[in-house]
Design a protein around this ligand. Structure first.
Ligand code: SF4
Ligand code: FES
Length: 242
């Protein structure tokens, strides 16, 4: 391996191409760095902070930090996993995530990353926000209770579908996903089942109708193998399409 074009991730040599981020290079080398708001098809967003790694004593987002020769990158350390666990605990209590009853259970990145970092309980007090479910579209349901505001659907609709179906409204604790349509309903928007935005949600917020439980619980992607082995569903789907 040409060490002029590689860095070390938890002691493993990772090659990279000029312009790649730490995340791009790690995923290309089959090394897992947990992430939620990242999808290789879309420009990095750097918002969820689940991919944080330590480089030279500084914490950086692996999905935005450029790869450089000779870097020593730490990801799988007890303190970094603990900070990821705290982020996930906040995400779980901020929405209404009812994993045992969710159609996405076993194929949900939020759930799978929580297992990966060893999250066993929510730790913080649940907010129990009142949020809507929008079933107005003929082919898709959107359950705002599960949205983690990763903006993957926003970016996919804008950058891959050229439609601007989704947007984030408000700030801080009042941030929420909104639908760009005359009524604010998905059914009155330009959203279509063939949109890339229909297939990038890392949680059970954007779900197809008439497909529920076609794969039994217990036999789904992350029921069979941990996310550190199989990566994320949406990125896998994107790779299969390309
Ligand atoms: Fe992310 Fe899904 Fe929420 Fe869109 S609906 S912002 S993809 S969690
Ligand atoms: Fe890097 Fe979300 S995956 S900040």
């Amino acid at each position: 391996m040409n060490l002029a074009n590689s860095f070390r991730l938890d002691g493993r040599e990772i090659p990279f191409q000029p312009g790649q981020t730490l995340m791009d290079a790690a995923l290309a080398a089959g090394a897992y760095i947990p992430h939620l708001c990242h999808n290789p098809e879309l420009a990095p967003h750097g918002s969820c902070r689940v991919c944080v790694v330590r480089v030279g004593g500084r914490l950086v987002s692996a999905c935005t930090a450029p790869a450089a020769a000779g870097l020593e990158v730490a990801s799988d350390t007890p303190d970094i996993q603990a900070s990821r666990r705290a982020i996930l605990q906040m995400l779980f209590v901020e929405g209404n995530h009812i994993c045992p009853a969710c159609e996405k259970t076993g194929a949900c990145q939020l759930q799978a990353v929580a297992y990966y970092v060893g999250m066993l309980e929510p730790h913080f007090t649940h907010f129990f926000p009142r949020r809507d479910v929008d079933a107005s579209h003929p082919d898709y349901v959107i359950d705002f209770n599960r949205c983690i505001l990763c903006e993957l659907c926003v970016r996919a609709s804008r950058d891959l579908d050229g439609k601007h179906v989704f947007a984030i409204s408000g700030r801080g604790i009042d941030s929420r996903l909104v639908i760009e349509s005359p009524t604010g309903k998905l059914g009155d928007s330009a959203f279509a089942a063939t949109d890339r935005a229909a297939h990038v949600c890392p949680v059970g917020a954007i779900l197809p109708k008439r497909g529920a439980y076609s794969v039994p619980i217990g036999q789904r992607l992350y029921d069979r193998e941990p996310i550190s082995q199989v990566g994320d569903v949406a990125a896998n789907e994107g790779r299969a399409r390309s």
